[in-house]
Design a protein around this ligand. Structure first.
Ligand code: ATP
Length: 374
């Protein structure tokens, strides 16, 4: 691999290729050697992939900053004179789909080719048509629904899983299309997108965004991503329901998630509560919900371990038997311990329920239940 050339094509700020490439891991997936950047470095996003055989670079998806207060968070994040577009943030799994050597592949955020997501994307999105005309683009989509190997959030009207395209970028530079161009392009190809709530000047966007957040919260949905009209600047803001849901998830596997994960969710909730002009009763209710999302899932997991049940993230997936087999192998290759809970056929598809076993939580809880000390 000519590292100087890749350094230049990536536009990395590293002095020498070694500075960047010490963070690059070699992996072999889909019969090809990939080089993957395992952390954001020198202006290049985590999950950026170089496929040497085809000399393709697939840029990682950038990290989206978060505001903790809408006012003055929104007007201070965006430049005066810009238009802010308010889009729904969906709770699923980030997938980048790019054509490598003419073959559409779905990359996870950390740069793995997921065989399951690739199979589903080929089934559900018009990839051949799209990449025939736009070979240099990456489709950035959220895989959502109750049946995915990575997330389980339920959305009304989605029985299994679906893709929502939230961005279309240049494969190599990561340059996005404007929101309007992307929405038009996706419509042209019949690809679903997240809901768009409206557009406003930064200083006028606070009130409408607050109203949208209230509506999403009441519907148990995640939040919004605010975007500059050119698609370059992105910032996120989430609902109380989402904070509590993520806390419940983290505390259901208390020794598998870092303390930063839970602390950051509590901080988000506190800033949102402080900004809202809700009365004491509402704050009381919020405090109660927050406490429940911490204590109940943890107690439930402790009891499960006591009863010898398998603890971890539970997922259901369905698809052709070959793809499901490849997915289970892919997950095991990533050193996950997978426990199959059920395995059946439905209309020619293989439907598998499995648990990504949370070994740290299981072992630590078992140790304390046996009388171990801290
Ligand atoms: P980070 O963005 O800091 O890497 P993260 O990986 O924890 O954080 P999230 O907090 O879930 O990610 O927020 C960013 C992700 O939200 C995006 O990577 C994308 O997968 C997802 N997303 C869902 N809906 C949208 C949308 N409408 N626009 C942009 N991203 C969206």
């Amino acid at each position: 691999m000519n590292r100087d050339e890749y350094l230049e094509r990536l536009g990395a700020t590293a002095e020498t290729p070694e500075d960047l490439f010490e963070h690059v891991e070699e992996r072999s997936t889909a019969g090809r050697t990939h080089y993957v950047l395992t952390a954001a470095r020198h202006g290049v996003e985590r999950g950026t992939v170089i496929v040497e055989e085809t000399e393709t670079i697939v840029r990682g998806y950038p990290s989206i900053p978060r505001i903790l207060v809408l006012d003055p968070g929104v007007p201070s994040f965006f430049e005066d004179g810009e238009t802010v577009v308010v889009e729904e943030k969906l709770d699923g799994f980030n997938v980048r789909i790019a054509a490598v050597g003419g073959e559409p592949l779905a990359f996870t955020r950390s740069g793995y080719v997921c065989p399951y997501t690739t199979g589903r994307a080929r089934d559900r999105l018009p990839l051949e048509e799209f990449f025939a005309t736009h070979p240099e683009k990456t489709l950035c989509a959220e895989l959502i629904g109750p049946e995915t190997p990575y997330s389980t959030h339920d959305y009304e009207g989605i029985d299994t899983h679906e893709f929502r395209v939230f961005d279309v970028r240049d494969r190599e530079s990561g340059e996005p299309l404007s929101v309007a161009d992307r929405r038009r392009l996706c419509e042209e190809y019949g690809m679903s997108q997240p809901r768009l709530f409206g557009r406003a000047a930064p200083s006028d966007a606070v009130g409408p965004t607050r109203a949208v957040i209230e509506e999403l919260d009441a519907a148990g949905r995640e939040g919004v991503v605010l975007k500059s009209a050119d698609g370059e600047e992105l910032v996120k803001y989430t609902t109380e329901t989402q904070h509590h849901e993520e806390l419940a998830y983290a505390f259901s596997l208390p020794f598998d998630h870092g303390r930063d994960f839970v602390f950051s969710r509590i901080v988000r909730d506190a800033f949102q509560a402080a900004e809202s002009d809700a009365d004491d009763d509402r704050l009381e209710e919020r405090a109660h919900d927050l406490g429940e999302s911490i204590l109940r899932p943890m107690v439930s997991t402790i009891r499960d371990v006591k009863e010898g049940k398998t603890v971890g993230e539970r997922h259901t997936v369905r698809g052709d038997p070959e793809t499901i087999g490849a997915l289970l192998e892919h997950l095991r290759e990533q050193s996950l311990t997978i426990s199959l809970e059920s395995d059946r056929r439905e209309d020619g598809e293989r439907v598998v329920e499995f648990v990504k076993v949370a070994e740290s939580s299981r072992d630590r809880i078992r140790y304390y239940l046996d009388g171990g000390t801290r």
